[in-house]
Design a protein around this ligand. Sequence first.
Ligand code: GLP
Length: 242
Amino acid sequence: MNLLTFDSHAKLHESGAGIITGLVQTNPRAVLGLATGGTPVGIYEELVKDYRRGLTRFKDVTTFNLDEYVGLPEDHAESYRNYMNMHLFHHIDLPRTRAHIPDGNAADPEAECRRYDQLLEQAGQIDLQLLGLGHNGHIGFNEPDHALISGTHVVQLREETRRANARFFDSMEQVPTHALTMGVGTILKARMILLVVKGADKADIVHRALTGPITTDCPASLLQTHPHLVVLMDAEAGRLFA
Ligand SMILES: N[C@@H]1[C@@H](O)[C@H](O)[C@@H](COP(=O)(O)O)O[C@@H]1O
């Protein structure tokens, strides 16, 4: 595990984008696992800057997003498809046909999960999986539970997760109750995992996840078992690692 702490968000974002840009430079056909939420926005901004500087091209890259809400129209401001379009996809030359996100409006969500897993399988191994961290230790939308599911599945969101995400919606009632998420098995199969954690409110959970017991009560704790985990933290999130 490689832990890196940054004294500014600018440096953290540059570093995160630099790792992704470097990977795509050496492997133009890279398969990237992408995340949403507040945390990676600055990294996507830097990635777009790298692209505009001509440092990288995405025309042969394939991407898979971790998750999507169930029941939000694709063009809803808070759908993860719309988030990705706004923050990354509309600014780079990644072909839409290779930018995969689970379809939260599929008539048969279980069938959609199987379709997503087939696409993942066809693409081969994810080269780099970008991850944020939920306050309860969730990764993607894999919530703490007595057992975790390996492949893509439908999940009922915990109240604390809906509350944390309510800041992006007009009211708590508008936050979807369910989501489709890649499973922890798929996440752990990635060649490299880039976990990004920011803010004092995540200091306890990131410390517990990376130094505490490996348990399904804290899905991110499974990342301890990964052979190539890189963690980027701001000083506030990383304060317990001193
Ligand atoms: N499904 C997403 C996760 O992929 C994200 O990593 C996490 C933290 O979000 P944030 O970065 O906004 O704190 O919660 C969300 O619910």
